[in-house]
Design a protein around this ligand. Structure first.
Ligand code: PA5
Length: 443
């Protein structure tokens, strides 16, 4: 598929037949459902199974929220937050908040932390705006969004009354289980279901991502179309040479096996910063287990060349870098000639900023490769829904293949439970009496 071009020429990896076979076997397992975590493979064929009527139902619900509210508060954490946040950021005007004639309702996020100041400032900032909420939790029991939702629900009910609140709150949760499902049923909230077989970090193309994105005015049909085309381009049976997800999985595993333990996702477009946050969750939670896994890190360039650039160039040589490169910017800004040339920049006069950005990208690539940092480059044509949809699915598919090549179950996350036990014990949750004594003694 032409949407995404993966260039590995500067990775230093020789793609052997054995590596290709490993990747194709892993991909076949994802499709056959005979690998680890095979009860969480609903995402594999998800883009092609989202129907027009699914899209229409999501858009209709989003339109209802957009009519009622100037600010839509989207509550969730982890996989129930990062996909929507990433795509909203990528698709939004970076300075939307400064626009006087905004036509879109603002979509803001809560429940991704327990910060008192964050929630206070959010509630105070929306005091003069009409509000609605989308609350998202697959388990329906996650503490952070549950706390945020309790507070935001109270605010919505205080303002509009309980009956009207039911028209301003939408839940996205499990079909049958969890406190959120029960609450939504009791309160009569419209509800969208997260399929059982789609884990949180693979759920951006379910209502988890699509509903907030539609609420933000994102063209979710185009997003799904991009993902669907990438699903076809990475399907079982596609030859290795034509499957970019298999190639990415191979190269990163080959680098890992050669001692490169950290992958830095870099982009020269600040709008893609949260795509990197989503990617970090996807790969970190999927691969970091059993004492294994590439540590996913990210930088936004050129800003971080003036901070992390030093380490990348000369620090410990355990890094490799994957650059998301955008071929065409949406806007044009040209550097003008200055008669005095006091800043000495006339040699760039007439050039577009994107040309300068591209030269920075190419110069940095060579410098990092010279410094011992293998480089992969993923080029997307532009930042639009179609390309981003393709990019999201590309990363998901590569993650599944890569996790199997690493020998882990990419679809569980046993490690995220450890902190919860301590937190509940410290908060004296009923049932945690013994743990409470033990953990307090250790403080
Ligand atoms: O990928 C995952 O499964 C997690 O990051 C979850 O998305 C996160 O913990 C939130 O879970 P839930 O949607 O159940 O509230």
């Amino acid at each position: 598929m032409e949407t995404i071009k993966l260039d590995i020429r500067k990775s230093g990896v020789e793609v052997t037949e054995a590596l290709k076979a490993e990747a194709l076997k892993a991909n076949a397992s994802l499709h056959a459902g005979d690998g680890a975590g095979n009860d969480f493979l609903g995402w594999v064929n998800l883009p092609s199974s989202v129907s027009d009527s699914d899209i229409e139902a999501i858009k209709a619900c989003a339109a209802g929220l957009r009519e009622r509210a100037e600010v839509i508060i989207c509550i969730g954490i982890g996989g129930s937050y990062l996909g929507a946040k990433a795509v909203v950021e990528a698709m939004s005007d970076s300075f939307a908040l400064l626009r006087r004639n905004r036509t879109q309702p603002a979509v803001v996020f809560a429940g991704q932390n327990i910060s008192e100041d964050y929630l206070h400032e959010l509630l105070s900032a929306v005091a003069d705006y009409s509000i609605a909420a989308i609350v998202i939790s697959k388990s329906g029991t996650t503490t952070e969004p549950a706390i945020a939702f309790r507070i935001i629900k109270t605010e919505i009910e205080r303002r509009y009354g309980k009956q009207e609140a039911a028209g301003r709150i939408v839940a996205v949760t499990d079909r049958a289980r969890g406190a959120l499902k029960k609450l939504a049923t009791d309160e009569g909230y419209p509800t969208f279901v997260i399929p059982d077989d789609v884990g949180g970090r693979f759920s951006v193309l379910t209502p988890v991502g699509l509903l907030p994105l539609a609420a933000a005015g994102v063209d979710i049909a185009a997003l799904v179309r991009g993902a669907r085309d990438m699903e076809a381009a990475t399907a079982d049976g596609v030859p290795f040479e034509q499957n970019p997800a298999a190639l990415y999985a191979v190269v990163r595993n080959a680098l890992y096996r050669s001692g490169k333990k950290i992958e830095i996702l870099a982009s020269y477009e600040p709008k893609l910063q949260y795509i990197a946050e989503w990617w970090k969750q996807l790969y970190g939670e999927s691969e970091g287990k059993q004492g294994r896994g590439i540590f996913p890190a990210s930088v936004t360039l050129t800003a971080d060349l003036h901070s992390m650039g030093q380490y990348i160039q000369e620090g410990e040589r355990t890094l490799f870098e994957t650059v998301i490169s955008v071929a065409e910017p949406a806007h044009k800004v040209v550097i003008e000639t200055d008669a005095d040339n006091l800043d000495g920049l006339n040699f760039m006069a007439g050039k577009r900023l994107s040309q300068v950005n591209r030269m920075a990208e190419l110069g940095v690539q060579l410098a990092h490769v010279d410094g011992g940092v293998p480089n992969l480059r993923i080029e997307i044509p532009k930042i639009d829904e179609y390309s981003v949809g393709a990019l999201l699915y590309f990363f998901e598919k590569a993650c599944g293949i890569s996790g199997y090549m690493l020998g882990v179950n990419p679809f569980d996350q046993p490690g995220v439970e450890a902190y919860k036990k301590n937190m509940f014990a410290l908060l004296d949750k009923p049932g945690y009496e013994e743990e409470s004594k033990a953990v307090k003694a250790r403080l």
